[in-house]
Design a protein around this ligand. Structure first.
Ligand SMILES: [Zn+2]
Length: 270
């Protein structure tokens, strides 16, 4: 008999462990979207005001889930407030519109510095020589569940949303890329055929950007995307959302791949 009670108690505890977080999430998402959050979105994400209503509603739901699940930490004395949380969550969740994906399931922490931060780097060079260097960064994404951002860089680009640079879109594209393991420029796709087509289009466009960077030719995309396939996907994501008309005109195959993956056409709100 005591064994039966113990078994029932264990089952009940396990059930509660799974049920309570889901219940809390549902409750958080059901809460009305605060009026000051909407004002922050209109002020800091101009594209939001031009989006169709169904996408605005989706974005607000995703933001509520993001804010419920992720913890924000201010670094170097930076104070986290609603403006910081809603702006970062809003930009990040634009990558999830119309997609059945969960909200960056591996991400736990968003660390925010007031401005560009110094990150120590260790590199293994030829002959096994290890070099240490400090790099100044505006953002960084880690597959262990962290994204690090410099608030002045997040803010700097708020008003235009057309210059092709967006550190939040960039770092959260890396998060999507990491969901399949090590970031390699290929996020989760639905079939083998899609991976094959994705790989062919991305490699072709990546080489084109490498060539443009080597010969200083004009490109809709930032040369930084020529660093490696993971950076290419992150930079292509920034360009897709911010310079969608140019990408559609000069890189139609790349635009089509990203439109299929992100399931939105940002030209509608430019
Ligand atoms: Zn990057």
């Amino acid at each position: 008999m005591p064994l039966l009670y113990l078994l029932l108690f264990s089952l009940l505890t396990m059930g509660l462990v799974f049920w309570i977080p889901k219940y809390r999430l549902r409750r958080a998402v059901r809460q009305p979207f605060p009026g000051n959050y909407s004002r922050i979105l209109r002020r800091n994400i101009p594209a939001y005001a031009r989006m169709p209503t169904h996408l605005q509603l989706q974005l607000k739901r995703l933001i509520k889930q993001f804010l419920h699940e992720k913890k924000f930490i201010g670094c170097d004395g930076f104070r986290i407030n609603d403006e910081v949380r809603v702006t970062i969550a809003g930009k990040a969740c634009m990558l999830l519109l119309n997609r059945p994906a969960s909200v960056f399931p591996d991400l736990k922490l968003v660390l925010v510095y007031p401005s560009a931060f110094i990150a120590p780097r260790t590199e293994l060079g030829a002959g096994g020589i290890v070099t240490h260097a400090n790099q100044t960064l505006s953002g960084e994404s880690w597959s262990d569940g962290r994204v690090i951002l410099a608030w002045d860089h997040v803010q700097q680009r708020n008003t235009d949303f057309i210059d092709g640079h967006n550190v939040v879109l960039h770092e959260f594209a890396h998060q999507l890329d990491s969901e399949t393991g090590a970031p390699n420029g290929a996020p989760q796709l639905m079939s083998k055929e899609k991976y094959q087509r994705w790989s062919a289009v991305m490699m072709h466009e990546f080489r084109k950007l490498q060539e443009a960077a080597a010969y200083h030719m004009e490109s809709a995309m930032d040369y930084y995307g020529a660093t490696n396939p993971a950076e290419f996907f992150a930079v292509a994501t920034e360009t897709f959302f911010e310079k969608s008309w140019q990408m559609a005109e000069f890189h139609p195959a790349l635009f089509a791949e990203l439109r299929e993956y992100y399931r939105v056409d940002p030209r509608e709100w430019h």
